[in-house]
Design a protein around this ligand. Structure first.
Ligand SMILES: C[S@@+](CC[C@H](N)C(=O)[O-])C[C@H]1O[C@@H](n2cnc3c(N)ncnc32)[C@H](O)[C@@H]1O
Length: 452
């Protein structure tokens, strides 16, 4: 077997910082007596993908566990994140492409290396020689020297076949775990079809502030930038708090609570605070409840950047916290399986299991009952989840009614800018396949009630 070409290129196809590609700071020799180029991006991507598929850790947790990530430059961490997310988004397809070339199941770390190679060959703009060579080098750095030849041979064959290997494959079906596929019913094709794409970046513009230039204004007023085209913190107005990052669908639950200035409102599950900010900008007196300490700090930092110092941030469990006096309105953006944000967090597809949904619904019902008890008579509640699972959405809305909450359906006028998201019951149901030609949106369910 021929030795692989010299490792040199980045997974995104951009030029190397060091074009010779043969020296590293550690000066580690490779098998040929040369030096193995440092490649923090692929080392971190390996840690992430292995963390998700072998240890069933979330992507962010896997990143925290990665020793390579600790010393890496931010741009290498970002590139690794993108590479790992691409692997996770297309994992079923990549495994299908690999299967004819694997006579027996390779050890899991070898499969991880192969998946990283295939993702670069078929879904990123990495030059084929670089995708192969860097994968072989990755295998060696990971102590998989006996498998370096296999990695080289398999990826060369995938490279030779090119993207034609994807023809005829039902990629959406391959890339979604079977239990999720079954759970999405008649919406499954539009949802799954949208999951293969990197989602755009949406900004909510603070009332009275200017949007950064270059974005597309969406029907709800969000300003959208294509994936990877801007760095949020570098946009004009960021430091001044002129906007915050929030998917267009995520803006809808707080908007549909229709709060007015001076109303006493609670956001029961508040961090990182996009919806809290919406309520505060509407002039309400906002109590932002958050149970997790680290997330509470993030909420505080976000509100501070936005200059929303009047929000009362409270570290508490919303199931037991009670306001001093009954509230006019409550937003319950309940913790959920978050399957509506799989576009942004493709790791979730491979970590969640059906039984997690049942665990979530118990907590959702507890919070619904608590919210009901905090409202004044006639007070409004919007229940929302960023989930595509009917158990957490439609079925919880029915459970809320069984708890005595009175339905207050969203009207066609309120959702005139997105009529397809209004259900016959007057609930909100968005999914990634909506406005797909403009970048789609996260999956949300929301329903409004009054205390009778
Ligand atoms: C779906 S996220 C909320 C997102 C947030 N509303 C936003 O728009 O930025 C759910 C949040 O609720 C918090 N949480 C979960 N259970 C909670 C509880 N019982 N009491 C208060 N916060 C809770 C989680 O830590 C998490 O930050």
């Amino acid at each position: 077997m021929k030795s692989p070409p010299s490792p040199s290129s980045r997974p995104d196809g951009r030029p190397d910082a060091r074009p010779d590609g043969r020296r590293n700071r550690a000066g580690r020799p490779d098998r040929r007596g040369g030096k193995v180029a440092p490649d923090p991006t692929r080392d971190i991507a390996f840690d992430i993908v292995e963390g998700v598929i072998v240890h069933r850790r979330m992507l962010d947790t896997s990143l925290e566990h990665s020793a390579a990530a600790r010393t890496a430059e931010p741009r290498d961490r970002a590139a690794a994140h993108r590479l790992a997310a691409t692997v996770l988004r297309h994992m079923g397809t990549a495994n299908e492409v690999l299967s004819p070339f694997l006579k027996r199941e390779p050890p899991e770390p070898v499969r991880v290396v192969l998946l990283i190679g295939v993702a670069q060959l078929l879904f990123l703009d990495t030059p084929p020689h670089a995708a192969v060579a860097t994968s072989v080098a990755l295998a060696r750095r990971r102590g998989l020297v006996p498998f370096a030849g296999l990695v080289n041979a398999v990826l060369r064959r995938v490279a030779a076949g090119g993207v034609e290997a994807l023809e005829g494959l039902d990629q959406p079906r391959l890339d979604v775990p079977a239990w999720l596929w079954q759970s999405w019913g008649r919406l499954v094709r539009p949802i799954a079809g949208a999951l293969g794409h990197e989602p755009p970046l949406d900004l909510t513009i603070r009332p009275g502030c200017d949007a950064p230039p270059g974005g597309e204004v969406m029907p709800n007023g969000s300003v959208r930038f294509a994936a990877g085209t801007v760095k949020v913190a570098e946009l004009p107005g960021f430091a001044e708090g002129a906007f915050w990052v929030q998917d267009m669908a995520a803006t809808l639950p707080a908007r549909l609570l229709n709060v007015t200035a001076g109303e006493r409102v609670a956001d029961l599950c508040a961090a990182p605070g996009g919806k809290t900010a919406q309520l505060a900008c509407a002039g309400a007196e906002v109590f932002a409840i958050e149970r997790e300490g680290r997330r509470l700090e993030r909420l505080r930092a976000n509100l501070a950047r936005l200059g929303l110092a009047d929000v009362k941030v409270i570290h508490a469990d919303a199931a037991t916290w009670r306001p001093e006096a009954p509230l006019d309105a409550i937003l319950l953006d309940a913790p959920c399986s978050a399957t509506g944000t799989i576009r942004r967090h493709p790791d979730a597809m491979w970590i969640k299991r059906p039984r997690d949904i049942a665990t979530m619904t118990e907590g959702q019902d507890r919070l619904l009952a608590a919210a009901r008890d905090m409202l004044r008579l006639g007070g409004r509640l919007v229940y929302a989840v960023c989930s595509l699972q009917p158990e957490e959405g439609e079925q919880r809305a029915r459970a809320a009614q069984a708890m005595g909450l009175v339905p207050d359906p969203f009207t066609p006028e309120e959702l005139a800018f997105l009529p397809q998201a209004r259900t016959p019951e007057g609930w909100l149901r968005t999914h990634p396949g909506m406005l797909a030609d403009r970048g789609g949106m996260d999956g949300f369910f929301a329903a409004r009630f009054r205390r009778g």
